[in-house]
Design a protein around this ligand. Structure first.
Ligand code: HEM
Length: 127
């Protein structure tokens, strides 16, 4: 049932869009992360909105436009350590808290995103 998904529980397109914009405003203010990302996050935020829509059970917008996500492969050009994963997750947690997303949805999203974020790690943390 497409009306019974985490995507709908979150609030659909409008809430997701605000959430991702809030998330990237934190990313751009985070020195460790902002070094990895382009200065202009417009395209990045757009792709993330398309991806997160399908990640949460909504329509497969990312795959329709860009093909299979292959997220780990797409992240290989960027040196990502456990510290980056934790920083990414902190930015997302902050955005979810500020948007006052329903606690059950918040916990569900953070649980799944924690797994995905750690899966992106491709470099040991410098000693
Ligand atoms: C793209 C960093 C985790 C989803 C990117 C880009 C960077 C990046 C630098 C390229 C931005 C651009 O050139 O536009 C990171 C770091 C992470 C992380 C440091 C920490 C672990 C995640 C997670 C997800 C994700 C957990 C999914 C839930 C995406 C998507 C793209 C992307 C969908 C766009 C891919 C494309 O089509 O080019 N990420 N990312 N990332 N990231 Fe991440």
């Amino acid at each position: 049932d497409p009306s019974n998904t985490p995507y709908e529980a979150l609030g659909g397109e409008e809430v997701l869009s605000k959430l991702i914009d809030t998330f990237y405003s934190h990313v751009s203010n985070h020195t460790l992360l902002s070094d990895l990302f382009p200065k202009d996050l417009t395209e990045t935020a757009y792709k993330q909105k398309q991806f997160m829509t399908q990640f949460l059970g909504g329509p497969s917008l990312y795959t329709e436009e860009f093909g299979h996500p292959m997220l780990r492969a797409r992240h290989l050009p960027f040196p990502i350590t456990e510290k980056h994963a934790d920083a990414w997750l902190d930015c997302m947690q902050k955005a979810l808290d500020e948007m006052e997303v329903d606690q059950i949805v918040r916990n569900y999203m953070m649980e799944r995103l924690t797994l995905t974020a750690h899966h992106m790690v491709n470099q040991p943390t410098a000693p």
